[in-house]
Design a protein around this ligand. Structure first.
Ligand code: UGA
Length: 437
């Protein structure tokens, strides 16, 4: 099938490469020339495990191209909207300008029978507006809403083997026919038994933000429990294990620590609240304000903890921060809790050195005032406190005995509850964590 993908960021680049690897002919369109050049040369502009290889293989088949020239998408029959919807400056709402621009470009290309498929995370009601616009320009084309649930760091496997497919379909023959076209695109996943949920457009748009809101709530729930644990001397990791055995609760996404960041959960819950306000049902989502503030409070608490272990002040203290990415296996630093904590400590006068296996270049661009080191050894040398804020496997697996030799004072703050306190204490470290005695 001939497919176009508009927007070649985290979502679109992976989607385009995966669809080509399944045998489709794919043209990825983006307005950022460097992004397109880099992808066309087989170099993903961001770190995503498995993507470089997949991209190389797909480009070699000749079935995948990247371009800034949207007219290359004119012979595609399925057009995916994969552009970003970042948070607006100084507002909770999402910036819809990229979605609007992509829609205008696509409607200019439509032929009878074409299917436009929305994958971007949007405020509910957006799809209906796009559908009207399509109807005006090409009544024999159709819109489906097909939200994406991929996680950064697992984007390739999540795209090739999603845990579910959701189709938002308009009533009528056009919608039903378009859904069968999309079945053709996802034939491999459907044949492998991936469940499919067919809904109306509104439900499909809501499924995405509801899922992210639930995940954010789960993380903030356990972080709220961490606050209770801190006040009572209890251990939040044991609490999470114990409640997680209840299959109705489940252990996943109950890792307490410095909280959630990234380009999705924080901005999605805020955009969802803003949309609920517009719809006159803001009360339904006021709990998300609390979810957001519990999350941001963890970052403040992390800085407090650093101050506490330093005896009341971090001014002039040498501090190492392990991790800059918002989570492991990614070089994405958008709303990264690790960098937010590092920057706050720097503002309070500490000498902070940050290291990360992948995200240093991005971090340096955004936070040029922080110091960076390429290796853990260089970052921790002669420091008085080490903060582990992104649980990269290489940090989780650090040898506390060897590391102790390099620091001035052995104090570790485990911001992700991913180290074994007993092992670190046995190696002579002062071990502290959020929500753990
Ligand atoms: C999230 C969702 O998990 C995806 O399903 C969704 O498709 C995606 O947003 C999106 O909207 O595009 P992602 O932002 O890649 O994916 O990251 P997550 O794995 O959800 O992690 C988000 C943050 O929560 C990270 O900072 C992570 O460290 C933190 N987290 C996660 C915790 O603090 N505790 C946990 O138990 C789990």
């Amino acid at each position: 099938m001939r497919i176009s993908v508009f927007g070649c960021g985290y979502l679109g680049a992976v989607h385009a490469a995966c669809m080509a690897s399944l045998g489709h002919e794919v043209v990825g369109v983006d307005v950022v020339e460097e992004q397109v050049a880099s992808l066309a040369a087989g170099r993903p502009p961001f770190h995503e495990p498995g993507l470089e290889q997949l991209l190389g293989e797909a480009l070699a088949t000749g079935r995948l191209e990247f371009t800034t020239d949207a007219s290359r998408a004119a012979d595609a029959v399925v057009h995916f909207i994969c552009v970003g919807t970042p948070q607006k400056k100084n507002e909770n709402a999402a910036d819809m300008s990229y979605v609007r621009a992509a829609t205008e470009t696509i409607v200019g290309l439509l032929k009878p029978g074409d299917v436009v498929v929305g994958k971007s995370t949007v405020p509910v009601g957006t799809a209906e507006v796009i559908a009207e616009r399509i109807e005006e320009r090409e009544p024999a084309a159709e819109l489906l809403w097909n939200p994406e649930f991929l996680r950064e760091g697992h984007a390739v496997e999540d795209t090739l083997r999603p845990d579910r497919l959701v189709y938002g379909i308009r009533q009528g023959d056009g919608g039903a026919r378009a859904a069968r076209v999309l079945d053709g695109v996802y034939a491999a996943a459907l044949a492998a038994g991936v469940p499919k949920v067919e809904t109306d457009l509104a439900t499909a748009q809501l499924v995405k933000v509801a899922a992210n809101s639930f995940l954010a709530t789960k993380i903030s729930f356990i972080n709220a429990m961490a606050e209770l644990c801190e006040a009572t001397g209890a251990d939040v990791t044991q609490l999470a294990d114990a409640i997680g055995y209840d299959a109705r609760i489940g252990r996943k996404f109950l890792n307490a620590g410095v909280g959630f960041g990234g380009g999705c959960l924080p901005k999605d819950i805020r955009a969802f609240m803003a949309r609920a306000g517009e719809l006159g049902v803001d009360q339904a989502l006021t709990f998300l304000r609390e979810v957001d503030s519990i999350n941001l409070r963890r970052r403040v608490r992390m800085v407090d903890l650093a101050r506490e272990v330093c005896g009341g002040s971090i001014a002039g203290r040498r501090i190492a921060v392990l991790g800059a990415a918002f989570k492991p296996h990614s070089d994405d630093i958008r709303d990264s809790p690790a960098l937010s904590v590092a920057a706050q400590m720097q503002l309070q006068g500490a000498q902070v050195t940050v290291t990360d296996p992948r995200a240093i270049d991005n971090a340096r661009k955004k936070w040029p005032d922080l110091s960076y080191a390429d290796t853990v050894e260089d970052a921790v040398r002669d420091t008085e406190v080490v903060l582990l804020l992104t649980e990269w496997p290489e940090y989780v697996g650090l040898d506390p005995v060897a590391l102790k030799e390099q620091v001035a004072v052995g104090r570790i703050i485990d911001g992700r509850n991913c180290l074994d306190p007993a092992t670190w204490r046995a190696a002579g470290w002062t071990y502290r964590a959020l929500g753990r005695p």
